[in-house]
Design a protein around this ligand. Structure first.
Ligand SMILES: *[C@@H]1O[C@H](CO)[C@@H](O)[C@H](O)[C@H]1NC(C)=O
Ligand SMILES: *[C@@H]1O[C@H](CO)[C@@H](O)[C@H](O)[C@H]1NC(C)=O
Ligand SMILES: *[C@@H]1O[C@H](CO)[C@@H](O)[C@H](O)[C@H]1NC(C)=O
Ligand SMILES: *[C@@H]1O[C@H](CO)[C@@H](O)[C@H](O)[C@H]1NC(C)=O
Ligand SMILES: *[C@@H]1O[C@H](CO)[C@@H](O)[C@H](O)[C@H]1NC(C)=O
Ligand SMILES: *[C@@H]1O[C@H](CO)[C@@H](O)[C@H](O)[C@H]1NC(C)=O
Ligand SMILES: *[C@@H]1O[C@H](CO)[C@@H](O)[C@H](O)[C@H]1NC(C)=O
Ligand SMILES: *[C@@H]1O[C@H](CO)[C@@H](O)[C@H](O)[C@H]1NC(C)=O
Length: 302
């Protein structure tokens, strides 16, 4: 409203310039954002500096939050009021009216307004948004096998991160393909813990990535999941068979050698005693003559 020309402007150029100025002011007003992390020191700029030449007597300045809560107020260069929550954490420079907060707390998040009065007339008022963030921990990815077969392993993957602000988004990827986590949040003293759960049917190795995003910041971790085969028999048999077969062959070979070394000498010995056998044979042959005598007797009877 303060931007509307009070007096009619003569030239289009003048009007154009004025519109530009208003636009610029409006943008500056909306975009006045200060970011800070929990525990840091932050300064919120005011809309006016009191000229050193002027007396503080004529000025009154205050910072308020959320429209109604007075953070602190100065009159005649003296602090006249301070909000209990900001005590010992807040200072305002009596000349440049900058509000310093240290250490920043999560509850400090919000929109602040600086108001300057000069001789009881509002000289300026401006809003500054303080965006407080608290870093989340590195996401922790844990896995648990729920069911497993030879072809696939069903895994429950849990990604968790804690102690951050504001409320985060959790996103992820499996082999760089985006995936949706089933997310849940808990909050304690304004800090968030986030947990994402995913059930994955694993058929091969998978690279799992988990990212926790909060106010344009992100923390991510990844984990390479190796497909393990719980069923030892079907996938591994080739090597197993070779081992068993070769060991059987080896055992047979060893047995054969043992048997050979034990029994071969005895077989060789009988050959040494062969003459005896021959004698025996000769003697058997010597018993044959009766046959011929029988024949002779037959022939004699004829
Ligand atoms: C502002 O104050 C009102 C009332 O005290 C409260 O309900 C609201 O949540 C506050 N808003 C912020 C952003 O702090
Ligand atoms: C501020 O500091 C004073 C002195 O160090 C201490 O007595 C007081 O309790 C503090 N107040 C708060 C709100 O921390
Ligand atoms: C923090 O403050 C900003 C600006 O007022 C607001 O948009 C945001 O919702 C606040 N965050 C929380 C979690 O209150
Ligand atoms: C990740 O979570 C597991 C289970 O909750 C825990 O044992 C482990 O210490 C955590 N690791 C880290 C780095 O926080
Ligand atoms: C997400 O988790 C909740 C609670 O554990 C469960 O009831 C819900 O079915 C899950 N959703 C999906 C899509 O898995
Ligand atoms: C958030 O996580 C931290 C660290 O694991 C734990 O100490 C705390 O109790 C959790 N908060 C809630 C509300 O579960
Ligand atoms: C996982 O895959 C196996 C075989 O590919 C199938 O039998 C099983 O139902 C699947 N499980 C889920 C949860 O998709
Ligand atoms: C897994 O994927 C992430 C993101 O693409 C990458 O940074 C990381 O190096 C990968 N890890 C492995 C072990 O491939």
């Amino acid at each position: 409203m303060g931007c509307l020309p009070a007096a009619p402007l003569r030239t289009w150029l003048g009007l154009g310039l004025f519109a530009l100025l208003c636009l610029g002011l409006g943008q500056a007003r909306e975009k006045r954002v200060v970011k800070s992390k929990v525990g840091e020191k932050v300064s919120l700029p005011c809309c006016r500096e009191i000229p050193r030449s002027e007396s503080l007597q004529n000025y009154r300045a205050y910072w308020q939050k959320n429209v109604t809560d007075v953070v602190l107020a100065y009159s005649d260069g003296e602090r006249i009021r301070i909000h209990e929550r900001y005590r010992n954490r807040t200072e305002m420079d009596p000349w440049d009216l900058i509000l310093w907060i240290s250490p920043v707390e999560i509850l400090d998040n919000g929109t602040y307004q600086c108001v300057v009065q000069h001789n009881s007339v509002v000289a300026c008022d401006e809003r500054v948004t303080l965006l407080v963030t608290a870093d989340f921990s590195e996401p922790n990815i844990t896995t648990k096998v729920s069911t497993s077969s030879c072809e696939s392993t069903e895994m429950v993957i849990v990604c968790s991160s804690h102690g951050g602000f504001p409320k985060p988004k959790i996103s992820g990827a499996l082999n760089n393909v985006p995936v949706e986590w089933n997310a849940s949040w808990v909050s304690e003293f304004s800090l968030y813990n986030v947990t994402g759960t995913l059930v994955l049917n694993m058929t091969s190795d998978v690279n799992v990535t988990c990212s926790v995003e909060y106010d344009s910041l992100a923390k991510s971790s990844s984990l390479l999941l190796k497909k393990t085969n719980d069923c030892v028999v079907p996938p591994v048999p080739p090597s197993y068979n070779v081992i068993t077969a070769s060991s059987i062959v080896l055992i047979i070979f060893i047995l054969a050698i043992i048997l050979a070394t034990r029994y071969l000498p005895r077989r060789v010995c009988p050959h040494c005693c062969k003459p005896q056998d021959l004698v025996e044979e000769d003697m058997k042959e010597g018993t044959k003559p009766p046959v011929s005598s029988k024949v002779t007797s037959e022939t004699s009877s004829v």
